[in-house]
Design a protein around this ligand. Structure first.
Ligand code: MG
Ligand code: ZN
Length: 225
């Protein structure tokens, strides 16, 4: 048991060095990088498709698709006409910073304003691995239930923004919005929460506006350095 703890510590320590290197690289090219985390089926890819559709007239967007297997999601995103690269983890249940460091060699960062990393669908270990991102998005869908915040607190604690997806399903599922907001507040008191439906577009404008503003902030940060 002790040995396992030591091993995990050193893995995370090694990851942090890669993450810092990635962050410097993103900063140098003034690219805002977003790490999108959720369980499988919460709607990461659908959210991403619609976000790109709304954003691509303002920003140059690139996407790294993380999946255990297949290129299905990457194909959907590439169909939006944005630069998309795939990481297949072949069993690993999260992305790490070294994988990102390797894959960004295939991306012209100077040609991007926003880079979104769609993590492997999993609410557990992606929370532990800093990829060098600027912003971490925790996505939950109403179909999963608000108790996921209590069960997987790390993801929500370490996020910069929370998105509740599939609000179009609220009349059909037992999702307690009030309790959801309360539980998020407990682990991350000042975090912005966006409620939306990536399927029908409801609530998307608030999220898009926020993201555009964050990209602008990142640009200013780079210029003042
Ligand atoms: Mg996906
Ligand atoms: Zn994992």
């Amino acid at each position: 048991m002790k040995k396992q703890v030591y091993l995990q510590k050193s893995v995370l320590h090694g990851n942090q060095a890669w993450a810092e290197q990635n962050r410097k690289l993103f900063q140098k090219h003034s690219v805002l990088t977003v790490n999108l985390i959720s369980s499988p089926g919460a709607g990461k890819t659908t959210l991403l498709e619609r976000t790109i559709k709304d954003l691509k007239k303002y920003l140059r967007v690139g996407v790294i698709e993380g999946d255990v297997a297949t290129t299905l999601d990457a194909e959907k995103i590439a169909a939006q006409g944005v630069k998309t690269v795939q990481i297949n983890t072949h069993g690993a249940c999260h992305l790490d910073a070294k994988m990102i460091s390797k894959i960004v060699e295939n991306i012209q960062l100077s040609e991007l304003d926003l880079l979104v990393i769609e993590n492997v669908g999993n609410l557990v270990c992606p929370a532990e691995f800093d990829l060098g991102e600027n912003l971490r998005v925790a996505l939950l869908s109403t179909a999963e239930g608000e108790d996921k915040v209590l069960k997987y607190p790390s993801v929500f604690e370490r996020a910069d923004v929370v998105i509740l997806n599939k609000i179009d399903l609220l009349p059909y599922v037992a999702f307690n919005l009030k309790r959801f907001a309360q539980e998020i507040k407990k682990v991350n008191p000042n975090i912005p929460i966006f409620q939306l439906s990536a399927m029908n577009g409801e609530g998307m404008v608030q999220w898009i506006t926020w993201l555009l503003n964050e990209c602008e902030k990142q640009k200013q940060k780079t210029e003042s350095d």
